[in-house]
Structure formats: C-alpha cells, structure tokens
Design a protein around this ligand. Structure first.
Ligand code: CMC
Length: 429
C-alpha cells in the first residue's frame, strides 16, 4: 500500500526512520532525529544556493520550469499581459484576487496620490555624483525612505503595512526618474496625477519644455506589459533577500533596499544591462559564432540565457519578443535585435546549450526594447526593480503572516580549523 512517507535507513547505525512527505517535500527538521549517538547534533541537508530547498510555503506565484508556465495567483502570465494592467496585476499579486471596479479605482487612486517625494529626498539625490549608477541611487534612496517614515516600523499593523505598500509602489518610479534626471543634469519632473502609472513614469523621465507631457500610447502600454511580466517570480534571489531581511522584522523600506541590492547583480536583474553590453561588444551578426565559441570555452556566460528554474523557453521572453515588434513600429528597429536573434538561433541549435537546457530568459530581449524606447543601459535594472517591488512586498507580507516563519538563519557545515590555542606574535613563524 502506498503511503505519503519516506523510509530512511541510516547505514551508520542500521536504524530506520519514517518521515512524512507533504507536497513532494520532507521537512529538513525531520532529519535531525537521525543521529549516530545521543550527543550527535543530527543530520542536516547541505544545499548551497538553495537549489533543492523550499524556504517557504507560498500562494503568490507558480512556475513550472519544465513546461515554461508562469501563473500569478493562478492566472497565466500570457492572459495578464494581454488583458490586464500593471496596477491591476499588482493588486492581484498583493491581495490574491483580481479587484472589483471599486477596489481597482481606490487602489489606483491611492497609488497615484503617494507618488510625491519629500523635498529633502531631492537634496539627498543631488548629493550623488553626476555619473552615479541609477540603481545605486535607487538602493540608497529607498533605504533612506525608512528615515522619512518611521511609522513603517509597525510591521504588525495591517494599516501601516498597507500605507507603506502604497508608498513603495508609488514612489519607486519617482525615485527612479529623479535618479535618471540627476544623471543627465536635467531638472526633476514632478508626478502628473492625470497620467497612468507608466504614463506618469515616462513623463517624469522624458518631459522637457512642453506644458503637458503626452506619452506615446504604444510605448506606455509596452512598458505597462513589461512591468506586468516583472511583477513577481517567486523565490528568486531578491525575493529571498526581502524575506530574509524582513524576517528580522526590519521595516519594509530597509528590506526593499536590500532586495533591490540583490537585484542589482549581473546574474539577476543586472542581466538585462549585461545583455546590452554583450550585444554591443559582439557588434554584428557575423561575429556571433566566434562569441558563442568563447562562451562554450568558459570565457564568459551568454547573458540573458539560462535560468535556475526554467529549463524551457521563459514564457516572459516569448511575450517580450512580441512587444518588441510593436515598439519598433514606433521607434524604428533596434539593429541589436538582429544580433540577438542570431545568437538565439545558433545557441538553440548548439549541443552545449541544448544539453544544459539554456534558453533565453526575461532579460534577453527586454534591454533591446528599453534601448529603443530611449533608456540608457544603466536604467535597465531600475526598470526591473520598479515592478518587482510589488512581488517583494507580497512576499514580505506573506512571510510576516505565516505563523511557521521564523528569522532566516541557515545552518552551515563547518570545515575550518578545530579548537587551538592563541599563539603570541613573537612565537609565530
Ligand atoms: N551561458 C553559458 N553557460 C551557462 C549559462 C549561460 N548564460 N548559464 C548556465 N550555463 C552553464 C554553466 O556554465 C553550467 O555548465 P557546466 O555544467 O558545464 O558547469 C550549467 O550551464 C549550469 O549552470 P549553473 O550556473 O549551475 O546554473 P544556475 O541555475 O546556478 O544559474 C543563472 C542560473 C541564471 C545564474 C545562469 O544561467 C546565468 O548566469 N545566466 C546568465 C545571467 C542571466 O541571464 N541572468 C538572468 C536570469 S533571469 C532573470 C533574473 O533572475 O533576474
């Protein structure tokens, strides 16, 4: 008769243990009873990079990496990208259900009315060097928000959490736009409440002398869809950071700064920037085979390729490829697209990439669109961080409300020196 348990025989002692299996998982703590002697600490699992460890239970995002499926709260990413808006999807990710008309109106109103930054934040941003990376400015400024909103420390108060949620989602585009304007020496543009979330973001970035900025509707919608695609992606590096920092009960602004810092790295959200630099370095279609050869020789990675979870085409990359065509109709075709398409074509036929199941990920085509829309490469990780703030907050809140969740504190396998006595300086050789 089949049972939802796992039988383990410890060959060191001959003892047998029966451990429950729940949703294809065993509890690591159930291993602790497996000991060779009474004073033995007990068996642990070793998993650097958490490649086979579920760090939490979650109801937010589902990924089937084998089949290339991504669902937010059960809704396929393709349907949301086609029919939803970023703020509606944000509501879904955060609260679990699609909003009614009244709920959506109230949500959009609240986000729209929290976009302003304290004037001192402008001065703070002014202090950054002219060529400061906007992601560095974003990380620093979001962290600084915790000093402007000390009420954010009330993490166990649902009303306070909701207020910080409005503030974070609303102010991220403003900080991002101010960071960009600072880098090009242009005056900051204040939010325009008559525009949509992405329309206002474009306004704060690109408005010059016109009295009223009118975003191009195709670019506004394309950015909105890109934001939908980036809203959450379950327990990735930055979401894990958000949960880990939040588990010490730090305020959400500090935790978001940490999550954004995790996103900054080139193996995570910094990959879209790295892709663009790579495409520029390759320079033309003819140079693609030689570049692939160097990748295969281990000289570098093909940026925008591969994923810890997806062992199939990233469904987000597929949607982004479609958006690219719509954007290029407005902006003109980005010549880097031809290099990207050629890289993809050759890589997908190559044994190295096939055997390792490396496919284009979300970052492979997004940078090409951002470039066509006029964003400098340094803004790409920032464009990832804005929508991902939604996922970080949803993950943080879920972590706080999970009665099983405790401060994140992994174990280690100590492989260093054993106990030894201090040697005075004059006796050391
Ligand atoms: N180019 C060439 N080889 C690769 C690549 C790549 N992009 N990615 C993985 N490999 C190889 C790797 O060398 C290894 O080969 P071998 O078994 O011979 O040593 C094998 O594939 C497995 O790689 P891994 O490093 O064990 O895989 P991982 O799950 O730890 O890493 C990853 C996942 C996304 C960090 C990695 O694929 C990578 O570095 N990709 C390039 C950076 C990138 O595009 N990141 C964006 C990820 S999607 C969005 C996000 O998370 O922000």
């Amino acid at each position: 008769m089949s049972k939802d348990t796992l039988t383990i025989v410890d060959n060191r002692t001959g003892k047998q243990y029966e451990i429950p299996i729940w949703k294809g998982t065993i509890r690591a703590m159930d291993l602790r009873q497996i000991k060779v002697s009474d004073d033995d600490f007990g068996l642990m699992s070793y998993d650097p990079g958490f490649t086979n460890t579920a760090s939490c239970k979650s109801e937010i995002t589902f990924i089937d990496g084998e089949r290339g499926i991504l669902l937010y709260r059960g809704y396929p990413i393709e349907q949301l990208a086609e029919r939803s808006t970023f703020l509606e999807t944000a509501y879904l990710v955060l609260f679990g259900e699609l909003p009614t008309k009244a709920e959506l109106d109230e949500w959009v109103w609240n986000i729209t009315h929290h976009t302003m930054l304290h004037e001192n934040i402008k001065k703070f941003i002014d202090g950054f060097h002219y060529d400061a990376h906007p992601m560095g400015i974003l990380v620093g400024t979001v962290g600084a928000l915790s000093t402007f909103y000390p009420d954010a420390k009330n993490i166990h108060d649902p009303a306070s959490r909701l207020k910080q949620t409005y503030r974070l989602i609303a102010k991220m585009p403003t900080i991002a736009a101010f960071a960009y304007r600072h880098s090009i020496g242009m005056p900051y543009v204040y939010p325009d409440n008559e525009l949509s979330y992405t329309g206002n973001f474009l306004n704060m970035l690109f408005k010059t002398t016109e009295l009223k900025y009118k975003p191009n509707p195709v670019l506004e919608r394309a950015l909105d869809v890109l934001f939908i695609l980036h809203a959450d992606h379950e327990q990735n590096c930055s979401a894990t950071t958000m949960r880990a920092v939040g588990s010490s009960h730090a305020d959400p602004f500090s935790a978001t700064a940490a999550a954004a810092a995790a996103l900054y790295g080139p193996l995570h959200g910094g990959a879209n920037e790295a892709v663009l630099r790579m495409l520029n370095e390759i320079g033309s279609k003819e140079n693609v085979p030689a570049y692939i050869k160097r990748v295969k020789a281990g000289e570098m990675r093909l940026m925008g390729f591969g994923h810890r979870v997806y062992k199939n085409y990233d469904p987000r990359a597929r949607i982004i490829k479609q958006i690219a065509d719509e954007v290029f109709e407005v902006t003109g075709r980005n010549p880097l697209l031809d290099i990207a398409l050629e890289l993809e074509r050759i890589a997908l036929e190559d044994e190295y990439f096939i055997s390792r199941r490396l496919y284009p990920n979300v970052d492979f085509y997004s940078g090409i669109i951002y470039q066509a829309m006029g964003f400098p490469v340094t803004m790409y990780p920032v464009l990832f961080a804005i929508p991902r703030t939604v996922g970080w907050i949803a993950q943080w809140q879920e972590m706080l409300l999970d009665p099983e969740q405790r401060i994140a504190r992994p174990r280690q396998v100590y492989v260093g020196k054993g106990r030894r006595d201090y040697v005075p300086l004059e006796e050391r050789s």
